[in-house]
Design a protein. Sequence first.
Length: 248
Amino acid sequence: GLDGNEAGLVETSIGKMVPIMTGEDLADDPLVLHAEEYNTLILDRKGFMNTVPAFPEIKAVDNIAAWVDRKLFIHNLGHAACAYFGFKNHPGRKFIAEIIEEPAIKTQVRAAMDEAAAALLAEYPEEFTQETLDEHIDDLLFRFGNKSLGDTVFRVGRDLYRKLNRNDRILGAAALCIKHGLPCDAVTGVFQAALGFEAADENGRMFKNDIEFHSNLQKKDIEQFLQAELGLNPDDDILQQHIVLQND
């Protein structure tokens, strides 16, 4: 068999969007998978023992951590912002593509992504430029509007414990902004919208853990909830104060 000197795993950052397959889709073909056309695969150049394969879809990078953060704090943050602002303003709308068509919501989403991009540029000046990050955001906003993808508000926003965790897409981005003395009002605005997220699936059911999330949120004040449920620690005092002030 193969040993560690012959085969290994290379860390990647995958940006290809794939929606939840509906019951109808799976009934037609249980192996079917819908996905967008985007095919760039970011790989850790240092993970290869030999030459990186020469495929046009592969983008090998030296600092994979920076690109994983870019995925989390721009792509995942922006996508979640669509769901949370969308549900807040239009709780009856089902699809992300419907939401991002509205200029006011698109402006809010863009503002959060721009704040996160500024923090990423401050954290990783050797990896990113303002121009490349702006182009990335433009591309994502265009892709979020892909009606053929059929991506739902429920899928993108569900699992609040994970997506609102201190180290995930929203609070993690806000913390990075604070680390570099940068504004994060738009990012924490996404968090505030997320606290009211109660979207249901095609059968009218909320995500099970999100029911528990809202139950616990009602039992605790926001400071207790941030620490006990979302992982904020004493070093996050500025972030916590910012969220509490916005929540008042």
